[in-house]
Design a protein around this ligand. Structure first.
Ligand code: HEM
Length: 363
């Protein structure tokens, strides 16, 4: 019965070597999370009253940016979706169908969230409070992350599919002990990146010598708390792993992702803390780099955990590879051009003056 619910892999085989798809999946997933972090950090700033009356210019700019950061996150979510389809489509899409209505709910949440972000922008321009909207946006983002996490855990527990299907797709899957720490880890990582983004955003808008301490230090505090959260929930998650997965993980070379993630989040924490003291832009930028490395290592680790959990049912290396380099080249060229274009838009919007400011180089 179980075997009937697991479709075979695509008979056309894989269009590229698995390792390349795995690398790109991790990279694009980290980019997806980076833009989600900006959205989440911005919404958290609304809740904390970032930019209330006396800081209106910064708040207006931030609220103008958030609809775009969520749009970018959604667009960048499509790339890992394509790679997960190539690598684990038979598990991923079956899980999608089994949590059907919950999964489709993600789209509704996305649409509502975009409207809320545009509404916040409008209210901010009118000088009205956007705290309540910030709370709503955060709740919807947390709910979206939960949907992704419940789908991700269901996809790697095919032994539960037969009984779970009696739920007719209206309830999330709670059967994996790592679900809650995995979700809390994701929220912490997004808040860590988001707090840092708002601190940097605010700091860059402020002329040197007039650096407003509170609007920069409060989001930095959120970032530091988020980094601590990643370490705590990461530990909880690793303790909740099934014995076979944990043994497999720490017995393989891929356990390096665990250590890289721990080091990166710890480094981001220390750099964030020192930035709190010095308000130095460079420290914040270094912390942001460390966080991105942490997100990348986490995305790679997710892949390892999924393969270990599915080892009994599926061996990625047994899927035949029929490379289609023309499609891949098209993807790679568009990705590089797209990222270049985003960089160019950022430079056009914010310039590079901040890099020449004396405080920018204070480490
Ligand atoms: C159109 C919108 C979105 C798309 C296309 C998208 C796409 C994806 C994809 C493909 C994955 C990897 C799935 C897997 O490998 O199993 C993923 C993971 C994730 N996404 Fe998104 N996403 C979207 C919106 C969001 C939103 C709004 C959030 C909220 C914060 C979010 C948070 C996450 C999280 C936390 C994970 C990891 C879940 C886990 O495995 O525990 N995503 N997303």
């Amino acid at each position: 019965m179980l075997a009937n619910l697991i479709p075979s892999y695509d008979m056309l085989g894989s269009p590229m070597p698995a390792i390349l798809a795995q690398f790109l999946m991790a990279l694009t997933l980290a980019a997806h999370w980076a833009f989600l972090a900006m959205t989440m950090g911005g919404a958290a700033a609304y809740v904390m009253g970032q930019g209330s009356e006396d800081e209106t210019p910064v708040r207006a700019k931030l609220s103008a940016f958030l609809p775009y950061s969520l749009s970018m996150a959604m667009t960048l979510g499509i790339a890992p979706l394509l790679f997960v389809q190539v690598l684990y489509g038979n598990f991923f899409y079956t899980a999608n169908i089994l949590v059907g209505y919950v999964w489709l709910g993600l789209l509704a949440l996305m649409v509502v969230n975009l409207y809320l972000l545009f509404w916040s922008w409008l209210r901010s321009r009118q000088g009205k409070s956007i705290r309540g909207l910030g709370v709503l946006i955060l709740i919807l983002l947390a709910a979206s992350a939960f949907i992704l996490a419940t789908n991700g855990t269901l996809a790697q527990n095919p032994q539960d599919w037969e009984t779970f299907r009696a739920n007719s797709g209206v309830t999330p899957y709670y059967g994996d002990a790592t679900l809650v720490p995995r979700w809390l880890f994701a929220l912490s990582a997004l808040l860590a990146g988001g707090g840092l983004f708002v601190a940097l955003f605010t700091r860059l808008q402020t002329p040197d010598g007039e650096a407003p301490m509170r609007p920069v230090s409060r989001p930095l505090g959120v970032s530091i708390a988020g980094c601590i959260g990643t370490l705590v929930f990461g530990l909880w998650g690793s303790l909740a792993l099934p014995e076979s997965v944990r043994t497999g993980l720490f017995g393989s070379l891929e356990s390096i992702f665990v250590y890289v993630a721990i080091l990166a989040f710890a480094a981001a924490l220390v750099l964030g803390y020192t930035a709190l003291k010095s308000m130095a832009i460079k420290r914040m930028l270094l912390s942001a780099i460390a966080l991105f490395v942490g997100l990348f290592a986490t995305a790679a680790l997710r892949d390892t955990l999924r393969r270990l959990a599915l080892a009994e049912y599926f061996d990625l290396s047994s899927v035949p590879v029929h490379s289609q380099w023309s499609s891949f080249t098209l993807f790679a060229v568009i990705l590089v051009l797209g990222l270049g274009l985003i960089g160019y838009i950022v430079v056009l919007s914010y310039g590079t003056d901040w890099a020449k400011r004396p405080n920018a180089s204070t480490v």
